[in-house]
Design a protein around this ligand. Structure first.
Ligand code: PHE
Length: 340
């Protein structure tokens, strides 16, 4: 028995130098200290030891047990100190994935559309969201009494003690006025931004949404250029060769005015629920700048002509992706957002 104890002792000392990680440490424990391990076995055999040897053997056995336990404890604390977790990491496991954020769909669209226009020479201007009545209405040929002011229900800002009446811009068109007030033709500019209307929130309208205004002023700008520019935009944004049409319309600040439709992306013009069986989807308002607008910014309408257009971003995206409800843009539902 004493010989056996001695050989186990050297075996354990040997094995201890091979402990290099959590696994080998655990194997050591199981082999020597475990419930079916060597120490347990030796203690089991202790009852068969001759009575006169019991004292010696018992002492050696206890010493062995203490030694093995100490080897185990020392190795364990050494291993824990060196950050054992590393050794336990299973590098074959797939990594943890993190949800990556993306730009919101509306901002992606603004970037894409401004990109399309800047490639053909348009600058970008961002005007204020709080405007006075002159920039939002009067300079755009929409005086107080003009019935078209009712077209856009306005949020007025408390202007007590101010010289003018202020409001949240109802469209990006006042951007046209700012640009013309501050520069001389030729002007090619687009104005992206938020606009506000006192409208009831529904599947089709919100009180806050986004527009991109466009303005081109120079000598001899004509309607054909308006159509060419907008076709270029529509084909870049919605797809090459898509049919477009200009439909006569009315805006106080353009004359003549039109709205542009594209062939329904879903049914390709055959007629479906999305295009209300017309085969067409409206994407923007446009027209030739009204001479009265030029006059209010001090341009000579006999010298300059120009065109302007206003693109509704949410509306445009609804058309492009067949999104049925405008409210979904602002619900921040990740299942919606991560599709773009
Ligand atoms: N401002 C118009 C609107 O909000 C759109 C528009 C802009 C129309 C420029 C013509 C020219 O509906």
């Amino acid at each position: 028995m004493l010989d056996k104890i001695e050989s186990i002792k050297s075996e354990a000392l040997n094995a201890s130098s091979g402990i290099s990680d959590g696994d080998s440490l655990e194997q050591f424990r199981i082999k020597f200290l475990g419930r079916k391990g060597t120490i347990h076995e030796l203690f089991e055999g202790f009852k068969d030891v001759k009575p006169d040897e019991k004292g010696k053997v018992g002492k050696a056995l206890n010493e062995l047990k203490v030694l093995l336990q100490k080897i185990y404890d020392d190795k364990k604390s050494e291993y824990e100190k060196t950050g054992g977790a590393d050794d336990e990491a299973d590098i074959t496991l797939p990594g943890r994935t993190f949800n990556k954020g993306t730009r919101h769909l509306i901002h992606q669209a603004i970037a894409e559309i401004t990109g399309i226009f800047s490639k053909i020479g348009f600058d970008i201007y961002e005007g204020p969201e709080i405007e006075d009545e002159f920039h939002n209405f009067d300079a755009l040929n929409t005086p107080e009494y003009h019935p078209s002011r009712d077209m856009q229900d306005t949020f007025y800002v408390d202007s007590k003690g101010k010289d003018k009446r202020y409001l949240l811009r109802t469209h990006t068109s006042p951007g046209q006025v700012h640009v013309m007030e501050n520069s001389k033709p030729p002007i090619r500019v687009i104005v992206p931004g938020k606009v506000y209307r006192n409208e009831e929130v529904s599947a089709r309208s919100l009180a806050v949404f986004h527009q991109i205004e466009g303005l081109y002023v120079d000598k001899g700008v004509n309607f054909r250029e308006l159509k060419g520019t907008l076709d270029h935009y529509a084909w870049e944004f919605f797809g090459k060769g898509l049919k477009t049409r200009l439909r006569p319309s009315f805006f106080p600040f353009t004359e003549p005015s039109a709205e542009m439709d594209v062939e329904c992306i879903l049914c390709k013009g055959d007629g479906c629920r999305v295009c209300k069986h017309t085969g067409w989807l409206e994407i923007l308002g446009c027209g030739m700048v009204d001479p009265n607008v030029f006059q209010s910014v001090g341009y000579d309408p006999d010298e300059y002509t120009g065109f302007a257009f206003g693109i509704g971003i949410e509306r445009t995206l609804m058309v492009k992706y067949g999104i049925p409800d405008i409210r979904i843009f602002y619900e921040n539902d990740i299942r919606f957002l991560k599709q773009f």
